[in-house]
Write a protein that binds this ligand. Structure first.
Ligand code: ZN
Length: 59
């Protein structure tokens, strides 16, 4: 099971590419997504929890 502790504290913002982001919610619109908020451009965005695994193993 994926918990908030397994998640990176910050990820790269897709809008301004800043890494000054923080975890906003461990659960986004689906269980596969978590929500982060960018402190630079103040934009919330969703991040796919298993993005790395998806790249390794395309469906
Ligand atoms: Zn940003």
């Amino acid at each position: 099971m994926i918990t908030a502790e397994n998640l990176p504290r910050s990820v790269k913002c897709p809008f301004c590419e800043s890494e000054n982001t923080e975890l906003h919610s461990a659960f986004g619109t689906t269980l596969a997504l978590v929500q982060y908020v960018c402190n630079e451009c103040n934009t919330p965005f969703e991040w796919i929890k298993w993005e790395k695994e998806r790249k390794k193993k395309p469906v």
